[in-house]
Design a protein around this ligand. Structure first.
Ligand SMILES: C[S@@+](CC[C@H](N)C(=O)[O-])C[C@H]1O[C@@H](n2cnc3c(N)ncnc32)[C@H](O)[C@@H]1O
Length: 284
């Protein structure tokens, strides 16, 4: 049996990820526990201790939240929330503070999930955090009144496969954000173009996604970075109505009526298109 004091054993096990650390009450040990949880991407304010004070984007994501929060109902009493790619839990925490009944944060990275659990416990908030990929949201029961899908799309090798699944989990609305590069211009495009029109593809504001074969910003998980027109086109094409655009990278949206033959596009894509659509030349 170990002769170490119980507190020390508990701290060591917590640092190894075997136990959720018990949130400390004094700033010094809180600071130590925060550092033991590794590098943070979210700069949270845990009773005066900042988790990522030197973030390259400044006080992140507070700087983003300042612009987007006005499009979210201030009172979410009774609502259910799904925060996809929740990271350190910033958005989960803010939405719980607005009164949401149930907040579920999902992520694929255990380190971030440990940080999020620690932050919620430290702040005394009842939030669930679960390891789950966006590609498996269909396994979560039911729909959610409010879905947060921020900062994840460009990390995905299969972005539309994910987006089409996420749409099916939205019971009310969704806050969506992605990194954007290239043109930020929007204009209306024709519904169709002749095969020989190659000119449109030379227009920088034509909807497009940049494919990153190796790495961008030192991150090999940055796969596809859309321009603004592509973001809006993809959201619409996945069946969403765009309700608000509170800052350049963020949209508030909700499922609309753009289902094909009453079905989600995801089902049609996987099952194969119905004959009448194929007849229209959809699969030239
Ligand atoms: C740039 S951070 C964004 C964090 C937060 N949503 C925000 O907007 O500040 C991307 C997050 O997505 C998570 N992530 C990456 N791939 C994912 C996947 N397939 N399913 C769920 N989360 C994923 C990462 O682990 C990371 O926490």
């Amino acid at each position: 049996m170990s002769s170490k004091p119980l507190d020390e054993v508990r701290d060591e096990r917590a640092a190894a990820g075997l136990l959720p650390p018990t949130p400390a009450t004094d700033a010094e040990s809180l600071e130590r526990q925060v550092r033991e949880l590794g590098d943070w991407f979210h700069n949270l304010n845990l009773h005066g201790v900042h988790t990522a004070p030197n973030h390259f984007l400044g006080d992140f994501p507070t700087v983003k939240w300042k612009n987007v929060q006005r499009v979210i109902p201030e009172d979410l009493t009774g609502a259910t929330v799904l925060d996809i790619g929740c990271n350190g839990g910033f958005y989960s925490i803010e939405l719980k503070r607005r009164g949401a009944r149930r907040v579920l944060g999902i992520d694929v990275d255990e380190r971030y999930l440990r940080q999020a659990r620690f932050a919620a416990r430290t702040l005394g908030l009842d939030i669930e955090f679960q390891r789950c990929s966006v590609y498996r949201v269909n396994e979560l029961p039911g729909k959610f009144d409010f879905v947060v899908f921020m900062g994840v799309l460009y990390h995905l090798r299969y972005p539309l496969f994910a987006l089409d699944q996420v749409v099916k989990k939205i019971g009310g609305s969704m806050l969506f954000q992605t990194m954007i590069r290239g043109s930020d211009q929007l204009r209306s495009w024709d519904k169709d173009y002749p095969f020989w029109n190659t000119e449109i593809f030379r227009q920088p504001d034509f909807p497009c996604m940049y494919f990153i074969e190796n790495s961008y910003a030192g991150d090999p998980t940055n796969w596809w970075i859309p321009n603004t027109a592509a973001v809006e086109g993809m959201l619409r094409s996945s069946g969403l109505d765009l309700l608000a655009h509170p800052e350049p990278e963020t949209w508030l949206c909700r499922p609309g009526t753009r289902l094909r033959a009453g079905d989600y596009l995801l089902e049609q894509e996987i099952a194969g298109y119905p004959e009448d659509l194929a007849d229209e030349g959809a699969h030239g």
